[in-house]
Ligand binder design. Structure first.
Ligand code: MN
Length: 282
């Protein structure tokens, strides 16, 4: 899609009050079955996509860790029904991370936490595909391969999700249950993520803040599988996985990543990525 089309939703979100009546009127017609429609990711090119690191207690209560946010390239966004293509790079494993994401509705800077939900347009689902054990740092090298950000299936507005800290998030690989957690377990609440992000930089309509994941239940994404994310109040997003190199990992929850994260939470120990993730079997 050409650049103007890619940015159309940003403009629509910015001027939504003006267009809402016409959009709702258009939705009252006979319509056509959803199965016949080719859905696109609800925002194609946010100016910024900020992703929280960790951000769930994961069964260990106590003091929250410092807030971490990283930038993921917006060119990673993948439409519902699309295919995540694993790169040839020798990652230890490719994990799914199920996340609820905020779609910003108003240009803003230095929003107070108590006012932060006023700048939210709505919520959507994101699978933050992550290559483990690659390079240094977080965000570009391990998270920004093309197709590594399935998003959707659509945006649910704030009048339908009135309390984003009371939402369940689930993910399946094929029919295998993987992640299941609740947004009430977040370390840094959504209003704090928005306040902190807008303290650092200006946020624009269509910008995305993905709220992090609970690592208990992560597992490999590999060739020929499907990944299904369900964010309560938003819906289900399904994508396919392709690995031209046909690598195989055990088709199960990775027993090591959840343990490594809990260890880190307990005493700050970073386990060696070479041993913290499930190994390849072929
Ligand atoms: Mn993530």
């Amino acid at each position: 899609m050409a650049l103007p089309g890619l940015y159309r939703m940003n403009a629509l979100i910015e001027s939504f009050d003006e267009f809402r009546g016409a959009i709702e009127k258009a939705a009252t017609g006979a319509g056509r079955p959803l199965a016949e429609a080719q859905l696109r990711a609800p925002v194609q090119r946010p100016v910024q996509m900020l992703f929280a690191m960790g951000n769930y207690h994961e069964g260990l209560e106590g003091t929250a860790r410092p807030l971490g946010l990283f930038l993921k390239a917006s060119s990673t966004i993948l439409d519902p029904g699309g295919t995540v293509v694993l790169p040839s790079d020798d990652a230890k494993i490719f994990h799914h991370e199920a996340e609820i994401a905020v779609v910003i509705g108003k240009e803003c800077k230095d929003v107070a936490a108590e006012d932060a939900l006023d700048v939210v347009f709505g919520y959507t689902g994101i699978i933050d595909v992550s290559a483990r054990g690659m390079g240094m740092g977080v965000g570009f090298i391990d998270k920004s391969f093309e197709t590594f950000c399935p998003m959707g299936p659509w945006i649910t507005l704030t009048d339908e999700i009135t309390d984003p800290q009371n939402v369940s998030v689930r993910l399946w690989q094929n029919d295998q249950p993987r992640q299941e957690y609740h947004t009430s377990d977040m370390e840094h609440q959504i209003r704090n993520l928005i306040a902190y992000a807008s303290h650092i930089t200006r946020l624009y309509p269509g910008d995305i803040i993905a709220c992090g994941t609970n690592h208990q239940g992560l597992g490999p994404m590999q060739d020929g599988e499907t990944t299904t994310l369900e964010v309560e109040g938003v819906g289900r997003l399904t994508v396919k996985v392709s690995d031209p190199h046909g690598r195989r990992w055990p088709m199960e929850i990775d027993p090591n990543i959840g343990r490594a994260i809990r260890q880190w939470r307990k005493d700050g120990t970073h386990l060696d990525p070479a041993t913290s993730y499930a190994g390849r079997i072929a």
